[in-house]
Design a binder for this molecule. Structure first.
Ligand code: 4AD
Length: 442
């Protein structure tokens, strides 16, 4: 095998090219085909005698071409394949095929065909970027001493305590009536964080990158029922700034890798950003308070963000990112009571503000959330008692009982990351098979 313009070729005395027809043009003396095999946005030009034309040779058909590679007379393509033989492996009826040659279909249009949309340039580019970004994230962690942990998909804990759980039960009568397969209620994971925290008692840097599930009854352009989360835990750190730095480095390094390895695919979407600004929840409170009450700058937000304890809503996140110059913004030090039981408080404001950070990005809002974790046994026990979870999480308390260390971690929504770097409006367009309420077509 060799690759040419990113396309896989079997080269011997003759070259064999396998792919799908992206365009076809028949002239008096020549037949021109452009073939693509999905390895890059580029198509390779095939030049053939018009006698090799066949009615089954249409846009979208799968073909095998044998011939000789020649220097191309055209400036924007170094070589072309002069065909001896063209074999149509799979026909593609142009009348029924939903995509037309040379037409630029919108992402909304192609989304209607989840089983066929990978055959368009836009969606195949997107999937290549997605694949490259996955590699980039794994590389970042490998290069920075993190151990990958496969956290379970089925779990009995609701890490976030947000109650958006899918319960797992066998479909057949494998268990006695009234019995439970796992003997306890089991769910699809909402986050691998607590399992990573188990590992962070023995490995100083761990990460996981896998599917995550939330039964959110939302049709929004940034929520899915099944998405992928990149989560990391760093032990022996008491510094939110250190954790923020890991989030920032990972974002930057993955984005640089994607731009270096699939610039052409990214160019189809024209967007990329790197993190920049840092601010605190308290500063935002002052800003939004001012915006709500100022006569000159008055903004009518539909939900109020005016006192300590209010949660930032999407409209505030969007406003903030836009007015910071459309660059990502880290927001730190949220009210302690807004954060889940595992978040640690700030040393200088015990039980008032949490050592927590969110990364907000243009067009998406919250991309990443992280915090230092409460590592002190007594305080964690007291917090769990307050929320009535001390029995459920007795094993979690054990982690603080035996060799506990100050640590922290974060979770980044991978689909939101792709939305952000590509400027794609809907999260449904950055995942091969989107799952959301009332939609699970194949
Ligand atoms: O803020 P979340 O809920 O944080 C956690 O689950 C932590 N336990 C992670 C950790 O610290 N290890 O989710 C993290 C990120 C969000 O910032 C968002 O980008 C993404 O996951 N996310 C979703 N993405 C798509 N669809 C949904 N329904 C999402 N819910 C969260």
């Amino acid at each position: 095998f060799t690759t040419l313009l990113g396309i896989r070729l079997i080269v011997n005395f003759d070259s064999l090219l396998q792919g799908w027809v992206r365009s076809i043009r028949s002239q008096k003396s020549n037949l021109f085909l452009h073939l693509n095999d999905g390895s890059s946005l580029q198509s390779l030009q095939v030049v053939a005698s018009p006698e090799l034309n066949d009615p089954s040779l249409t846009f979208g058909s799968a073909v095998e071409v044998t011939g000789v590679l020649k220097k191309s007379p055209h400036r924007n393509q170094p070589v072309e394949l002069e065909a001896d033989q063209i074999h149509v492996v799979g026909e593609c009826n142009p009348v029924d095929f939903p995509f037309k040659t040379k037409e630029r279909h919108s992402l909304e249009y192609i989304r209607q065909f989840p089983h066929l949309r990978c055959r368009t340039n836009a969606f195949s580019s997107l999937l290549r970027v997605r694949s490259e970004a996955t590699t980039a994230i794994h590389s970042y962690f490998k290069e920075n001493g993190f151990v990958q942990i496969h956290t379970p998909v089925i779990t009995s804990n609701d890490c976030e305590g947000a109650g958006e759980l899918f319960q797992v039960e066998p479909s057949s009568a494998e268990v006695e009536e009234g019995e439970n397969f796992f003997s306890v209620p089991a769910y699809l994971t909402v986050s691998g964080q607590l399992h990573l925290e188990v590992m962070s008692g023995a490995f100083s840097r761990v990460y996981t990158f896998g599917p995550t599930f939330r039964a959110e009854n939302s049709q929004s352009r940034r929520h899915l029922a099944e998405f992928h989360m990149v989560e990391a835990e760093v032990s022996f750190t008491e510094s939110l700034e250190d954790l923020t730095k890991v989030m920032e480095d990972m974002f930057r390094s993955a984005t640089e890798h994607v731009l270096a390895h699939c610039a052409e695919d990214v160019d189809l979407f024209h967007k990329h950003v790197t993190p920049g600004h840092r601010t605190s929840y308290l500063t935002l409170l002052y800003i939004f308070y001012y915006l709500c009450y100022s006569t000159e700058l008055y903004i009518n937000f539909s939900s109020s963000f005016s006192q300590w304890g209010c949660d930032l809503q999407t409209e505030h996140e969007k406003y903030l990112v836009k007015h910071c110059g459309n660059i990502p913004v880290f927001v730190t030090d949220y009210p302690y009571d807004l954060k889940p039981f595992y978040a640690r408080d700030n040393k200088d404001h015990p039980r008032h503000s949490a050592a927590a950070v969110d990364l907000l990005v243009p067009g998406v809002g919250e991309l990443c959330g992280g915090s230092l974790r409460e590592e002190r046994l007594d305080l964690l026990r007291a917090r769990l008692e307050e929320v009535g979870l001390e029995d459920t999480y007795s094993w979690y308390l054990d982690l603080r009982r035996f060799g506990s260390v100050p640590h922290g971690g974060f979770g980044l929504g991978f689909e939101r990351y792709l939305q952000c770097i590509l400027g794609v409006d809907s999260i449904k367009d950055v995942i091969p098979f989107p799952r959301f309420s009332h939609s699970c077509p194949l």
